[in-house]
Design a protein around this ligand. Structure first.
Ligand SMILES: [Zn+2]
Ligand SMILES: [Zn+2]
Length: 143
């Protein structure tokens, strides 16, 4: 579905700002941009935008399920394009250099699925974060 139609469906207008924010996040998919990084990148193409607008736009796009908010525990809120349940991915986070790797896999084991069932819980989506050392950092540590 086109971005414009998605906005129309929600009774919202697609503004230039909203469109550019979406474009920037999609273009840098996998980089997990923070609000201020998004702001810097948007500014390059659209100098008239203010940080306040970005802060207002991001939660709106998240509510519309166009963006997902992720928290990698580095003190800032980050965003990436929304992924439907089938295309979910998870994050491997290096605690030393902060590198983030994306993995696409069904990480729910039988046990987790059982817990979900036992609680009559229907999962909308889930995100798994695994913390550790990336290859480079792990090798550095050995030396
Ligand atoms: Zn990601
Ligand atoms: Zn690392």
């Amino acid at each position: 579905m086109k971005l414009k139609e998605q906005f129309n469906q929600k009774g919202l207008r697609i503004t230039k700002q909203r469109q550019i924010v979406m474009e920037v996040v999609e273009k840098h998919k996998g980089r997990h941009l923070s609000s201020s990084e998004i702001f810097e990148l948007v500014k390059e193409n659209y100098s008239g935008i203010g940080l306040a607008t970005i802060y207002r736009t991001l939660p709106l796009l998240e509510k519309m399920k166009l963006l997902s908010k992720i928290c990698l525990d580095d003190g800032c809120v980050r965003y990436e394009p929304y992924a439907p349940k089938e295309q979910e991915h998870h994050h491997l986070i290096c605690v030393k250099c902060g590198a983030v790797y994306e993995v696409e896999a069904d990480l729910l084991g039988i046990e987790e699925k059982q817990i979900i069932m036992n609680n009559h819980f229907s999962t909308q989506n889930y995100m798994v974060k695994l913390y550790g050392y990336c290859k480079t950092c792990a090798e550095e540590d050995v030396v």
